[in-house]
Design a protein around this ligand. Sequence first.
Ligand SMILES: Nc1ncnc2c1ncn2[C@@H]1O[C@H](COP(=O)(O)OP(=O)(O)O)[C@@H](O)[C@H]1O
Ligand SMILES: [Mg+2]
Length: 233
Amino acid sequence: MRNREKTIELTGIVKRFYIGKPHELEILHGIDLTVYKGEFVSIVGASGSGKSTLMNIIGVLDRPTEGEYRLDGLDISALKDQELSRIRNQKIGFVFQTYNLISRTSALKNVELPMMYAGIGRKERAQRARHYLEMVGMEERMSHKPDELSGGQKQRVSIARAMANDPSIILADEPTGALDSKTGRRIMDIFHRLNREEGKTIVLITHSNELAAETDRIITIRDGEITGERRGA
Ligand SMILES: Nc1ncnc2c1ncn2[C@@H]1O[C@H](COP(=O)(O)OP(=O)(O)O)[C@@H](O)[C@H]1O
Ligand SMILES: [Mg+2]
């Protein structure tokens, strides 16, 4: 499903890392990529090809060295770090391979956290966190801490957390990379549902051509350049 309204627009994105003068490492060499609202896009490429670097730019966790990034029409380069944090908190939900949950606190509190940053009151926060945990089938284990959960369950909690502020975009960096294929399948099904039923735009990084083939569009990245694009399911 795509309504041709752009949400992510990258033009000529270059990323260099400065690893002590005079060394600089150019990782992304001029990426042009447009993602439309409601699209489910996958990015595939070998390890070290620059996928996470690109994802961090899309997620405004990092800034490009050169090039333009427009997110819902807004020129990201013109914004201060504080404004970027707010945009990240409101517009984007992140899912990582290693979950990045806070281990000393419950699943419920993990999901509440982004809402706390957004200034949502305690009662509403808890209510919404419960709702999102139910959505991923984790209502029975809301008070469990991450260490008491399996990998697949942790990833479901992290998807609930990604949904916390009802973002329009979900960025998932190898979300099934640490899971067995059956559990990974279940995680993919959740993404498909969020895309179809909630209209979320999803950008998925994966090593699996099989999983990528289920998405609307498959982008291939190699040595910091987009080398191909094909339609998926
Ligand atoms: N902060 C950094 N400083 C220096 N090099 C980096 C940094 N982040 C990533 N790189 C390098 O950029 C390349 C691409 O990394 P990455 O985007 O993580 O690839 P992928 O996610 O496709 O495996 C790698 O060679 C990596 O070592
Ligand atoms: Mg990576």
